[in-house]
Design a protein around this ligand. Sequence first.
Ligand code: AGP
Length: 619
Amino acid sequence: MCGIVGYIGDRNTLSVLLNGLTRLEYRGYDSAGVTFIRDGEIQLIKKKGHVSELKAEVARCGFVLDESLVNSIDVGMGHTRWATHGAPSDENSHPHISMDKKICVVHNGIIENYDELRTFLKRKGYKFASETDTEVAAQLIEYYYLQNDKKDFEEAVRATLRDIVGSYALVIVCADYPDRLICAKKDNPIVIGIGENENFVASDIPALIEYTRDVVFMEDNCILIMKKDSIRITDIHGDEISYKPTHIDWDADAAQKGGYAHFMMKEMFEEPKAFEATVNSRIKDGEIFLEHIPMDKDFLSKIKNINFVACGTAYHAGCVGKHLIEKLCRIPTNCCVASEYVYSDPIVDSSTLTIVISQSGETLDTMRAMREASKLGSKTLAIVNVIGSTVAREADYVLYTAAGPEISVASTKAFTTQLACIYLIAFKMAHILGKIDDSQYVEYQEELKAIPSKLTSILNKQSEIQKFASMQFNADSIFFIGRGIDYYLSMEASLKLKELSYIHSEAYPGGELKHGTIALIEEGTLVVSPITQEALASKMESNIKEVKTRGAIVLAIVPEKLNNREFSCDEKFVIPDTDELLTPILGVLPCQLFAYYMAVNKGCDVDKPRNLAKSVTVE
Ligand code: AGP
C-alpha cells in the first residue's frame, strides 16, 4: 500500500528512484512522484497515473535517466500511491512539500489525527495544497524546525512523531541538510539497503535488490538517519539502536517478468517450483521437519483449539486449513477474517494456537489480529512469504513459504505455497497425535511431493481454459459452487475472478444456492463447479441440474477419476488425481488461469487491477 524508495549516493538518483518505483508499483499506482535536493533546493516532480507517466514527465523536465551519467543530485526519494485521503490527482500525489519549502516527505500509512493537526497548523498560518493526511507531516516538521533556534532537522522529526497518531513509513528530506534523509517507521514496512558509499531505503526488497543484497528491516518506532556513507538508527528519544543486516538470496531476475506478458502468468508458471521448494526440503526419511517450531506431543497437548487468521486469498488458505485440521486431527478449528478478529471479542487463551497467514507479512489487519491473539495468551505461528516482514518477526514461530517475490497484485503462487505449509503442519500434527499411522503419514508426504509435476501438467493444458475464457468473457455474473473443501476452493476462485476481471461473482456451497441465490440464475449465467470429492459428486450433479434447468452454462472441474462420470455440465476441465484432501492445490490453478484469461480478454490491467494494492497496510 504505497511504495517508497529513497537513495543517497553517486548513481543517477532519478534512475534509481524511478527504477525502484517501477518495481514497487504493485503496492499502489494511482499517482507517483519524486523529489530531490540540488543546489540547496528541493525539487519536485509528480503526476497522477502510473510510474510510466511520471517517467515521461521527468524526461519532459529535461532529465536523462541514464545510470552511467554523473549524479548532480544530493539526495532523492520517490513514491507510488494508493489513495486513502484525497482522490488520485497531481496535487494529492506524494511527495509533499512544506509551505516554506524546507521539508519534503513521502508517506505510507494513515495519520489518524491529521484533522486536528491541520487545524493547529492553519491557526499558525500554514496553507495546504492537498487534501492528504501526509501534507500535515511535512508542515508540522517544518513548524518545529523553524521554531527551533538550532534548526535541528532530527529533533523536528522527533517532535512531530510525538504528535502523530496513526501508522507511517515516512521518508523526509530537508533543504538545509542535503547530505541525509531521515526515515521513521510504525506499522508500515521499511527496508534499508546498505551499499558501498551509497545507501537506500524502500518499502520492499525488489526496489533495491538490483543494487545491494545487504538489508536491514527497520523496527517500529525507530528513526533512521541515512547518509551516503553511514546509517544510524535511534529510538524516538534519540538513543542509538544496534542493527543486524540480513543477506537476501534472490537475484534481481526473480523480480522481473522474464518474457511472460504479465507477472501473474510468470507467477502461475512458477507454482510447481515454488511448491517443491516449500515442501521438499522439509520432508526427509519419512518425516516432516518444521524448522524452529517445537511441534511435539508436549506442544500439542497444550492446544485445545486452533484459529487461522488472515485476509483475502490467505484467508481462503486458512479455510482449507480449518477443514484439514478438523478432519485429520479432530482439534476444533476456526478460520477468522483478520479485520473482524479484534472486534469480535475472540474466545482465546493459552490453549489456543493462532496460525496467521500472510504473503507480505505486512497486512495491518492480520498484524493487529496477531497482536491481539498474543495479548490474550495464544502462541502465534505465522505462515509468511516475505522474509523479515513484521508478521514474521513478531510471531512466536514462523514457517516461510518459498514462493519468492510475488509481484502481481493477484496472489497465485503464494496461495499454493501457503497451502503447502498448511498440509505439512496438518499431516505432522495428525501423526504426532496418533490420528494417522506411519504408512498414511508417508503416503501423504509422497502425495505432496508429486504435486509439482501435476501442476505442470495443468499448465500444459492452459489453452483449454484460454479457449473457454475467450467465449465467456462478456459474462455479467459468475457463480462458483462447491461442497466441502471445494467450497473453499470456490471462494478463492471467485475472489480471483472479481479482482482481475471486475465481473460480479459469488461463491456458494452447492447445496445453499437453492435457499435464495438461485433466483439470480438465468439464461446464460455462467456457473463454475469444482467437483473433486467422490462422495459429494452426486449431490453436486443435482445442484448442477438445478442451475442448468434455469439456463446456466456450467464448467465443471473434475479429477481424472471422475472424468467418466456423467455430469450435466457444458464443459469440463480435468485435473490430475491426488488424495482427495489435497485437491484444492490442483483445483485452484485452472481457476487462476480462468481469471487471468477473462481479464486479458476484457483488456483489464492484469498485474495492477483497479482500486487494489498488493500489500494492504491500512485497516
Ligand atoms: C489476493 O489476490 C489479494 N490481492 C488479497 O486478497 C491478499 O491475499 C490479501 O490482501 C492478504 O494479503 P497478505 O497475504 O499479504 O496478508
